[in-house]
Ligand binder design. Structure first.
Ligand code: 5GP
Length: 180
C-alpha cells in the first residue's frame, strides 16, 4: 500500500473508536423504535458492518446501490437506482449509512425519495464528510470524520474498485490516477 497511499489520514484504531461512539449514540437515540439500517453499496459496507455491531437494538438491515447519471444531469442530482431495497420503508425509522458525502447530491436525492415512499423518519450516518465540496444542503445526523478536499480510499472507499480493503482512510498518490 506504500506505493499508492500518500498519507494515512485516519488509522483503523481511530475509526473503530469513533464507530463505537456513533453506535452508542444511535443506540440511545432509537431506544424502543424499530430501526432499519440502510447501507449504500459498495462503499458503506465495511463501515456499516462495524457500525451495526455497536448498535445494541433489534435492527434490520437493507441495501441500495445507486449511481449518478452522467455529467449532463449532475446539477439535478438525480441518481439511478441499480439495486433497490428489498423491503417497504412505509412508517419505518430509517438510518442511511454512507461512506462519504461530497457534493451531497446522492444523499439529498435518496433521503427525499425514501421520505416520499412514506418512511416515518430518515436520518443520515456517514463515515466521512468533505464539507468544502457541498453543493446542496444535506442534514448529517451522525458523522465519523471530516476530511479535506482530497481523493481518499480505504475502509470501503475505492479507486477504480481497488483499495476498499485497506483498514485505514488514506489519500491517494497523484501518480496512481495520472498513470491511468
Ligand atoms: P456526492 O453525491 O455526495 O457528491 O457523492 C458521494 C459519492 O462520491 C460517494 O458515495 C463516493 O462514491 C464518491 N466520492 C466522493 N468523494 C470521494 C473520495 O474522496 N473517495 C472515494 N473513493 N469516493 C468518493
Amino acid at each position: 500500500m506504500d506505493d499508492v497511499i500518500k498519507e494515512v489520514l485516519i488509522s483503523e484504531d481511530e475509526i473503530h473508536k469513533r464507530i463505537k461512539e456513533l453506535g452508542n449514540e444511535i443506540t440511545n437515540d432509537y431506544k424502543g423504535k424499530d430501526l432499519v439500517v440502510i447501507g449504500i453499496l459498495k462503499g458503506a459496507v465495511i463501515f456499516m458492518s462495524e457500525l451495526v455491531k455497536n448498535i445494541d437494538l433489534p435492527i434490520t438491515m437493507d441495501f441500495m446501490s445507486v449511481s449518478s447519471y452522467g455529467k449532463s444531469s449532475i446539477s439535478t442530482g438525480e441518481v439511478r437506482i441499480i439495486k433497490d431495497l428489498d423491503f417497504s420503508v412505509e412508517g419505518k425509522d430509517l438510518l442511511i449509512v454512507e461512506d462519504i458525502i461530497d457534493t451531497g447530491l446522492t444523499l439529498n436525492y435518496l433521503s427525499e425519495l425514501l421520505e416520499k415512499r412514506g418512511a416515518n423518519r430518515v436520518r443520515i450516518c456517514t463515515l466521512l464528510d468533505k464539507p468544502e465540496r457541498r453543493t446542496v444542503g444535506v442534514r448529517v445526523d451522525y458523522l465519523g470524520f471530516e476530511v479535506p478536499d482530497e481523493f481518499v480510499v480505504g475502509y470501503g472507499l475505492d479507486y477504480a474498485e481497488l483499495y476498499r480493503n485497506f483498514p485505514f482512510i488514506g489519500s491517494l498518490k497523484e501518480e496512481v490516477y495520472m498513470n491511468k
